[in-house]
Ligand binder design. Sequence first.
Ligand code: LLP
Length: 424
Amino acid sequence: MTVAPRFQFQNGTLHAEDVSLAQLAKEFGTPLYVYSRAALHDAWQSYARALEGRKALVCFGMKANSNLAVLNEFSRLGAGFDIVSGGELARVLAAGGDAGKVVFSGVGKQVWEMQAALDAGVKCFNVESEAELERLAQVAASSGRTAPVSLRVNPDVDARTHPYISTGLKENKFGIAIETAPRVYRRAMNLPGLRVVGVDCHIGSQITEAAPYLDALDKLIALIHGLRDEGIHLRHLDLGGGIGIRYTDEQVLEPVTLLDQVFARLEEAGLGHLELVLEPGRSLVGNAGALLTEVQYLKHSEAKNFAIVDAAMNDLLRPTLYDAWHSVEPVMPRPVTSATPSYDIVGPICESGDWLARDRVLELHQGDLLAILSAGAYAFAMSSQYNTRPRAAEVMVDGDRSHVVRPRETLESLFDTERLLPDA
Ligand code: LLP
């Protein structure tokens, strides 16, 4: 068993659904991102089942994986999208997504991005500051449009996750402090070009307990009641904060476990009529992807054993950036003995921080293939071309078939837009 149900061994070889990863490596080369279409569906269904019969919209936090095939698949399943840039909006539209189901988050929206989102007709702007509110009012009014607005409030709850991915604490840059939110709502009601439609929060990512969500929800409910008493009526509540996935042995929170409690509290508070918006990213794609890489060299030194592979921090930055743990599975595992060494799995990039996994007891030979699991979220999406390394290809497996959803970048494409200087 691996942490990713759609990546399992068949006859001693790791497969994505019914396709051998060894076969894919042969066909498309490494490093290679491999996704499972069925895993996308499984993850989607875990939300769909929990929301059945409810007034709710799941907006895929597409920063986790913005490949058009992934976006298109979710769009066909009925998803909306949580975007944080004009670039992400362009991707949603290119993938056939419905702009009317897009919520636009982010602390630094520029004028052109606001304009593009207004032109496309997004569901709402999650406004993160008073200055942004004023800019949005101006942009909307001057183009004769009305911007649907939700304030992203900062509920000051601790999501008890990695500090880099905790977003709902007072000291984070995100959102409007919940105590000042009523004043900002009043201001929004009085500015031209705006229509107040909702409230939003996002408390962090890789959350494994219901408690922080429920704490945030209670604060939002109090805010909504206060606003209602002032005659400000909202239509939706966007409860952001991403449910965690299993990277190793985490006990994960099932959407239904959380959402049953959320709906119960809303009903208790007399707010059963509100539409619930969710913005999951990682939990929809994280365990739907693996990064396939080949061992180039084994290097044994006094202090450490290294397996130098052809994937690197430019392909998967999470270990370097967050000290993140990803499961590493040999595609055709060899028996482990008492003499089997423990390896650091590292890439070819000229940085000591270029590592993918540490201290893994694996029986390895040069040329072996490894699958780095749970690499469907914040993996390719955070990749770069550092060290002039073409970004990996991406392949989507569907049953016993595979489709290239992004070919490997060519070397020429890495610099073909660069220009030399004229003679001095
Ligand atoms: N909505 C907003 C406004 C967000 O900022 C995020 C993630 C999401 C939705 C999706 O959250 P999720 O369901 O994926 O937790 N690169 C980091 C994660 C950064 C998350 C930032 N915001 C990582 O690799 O762990």
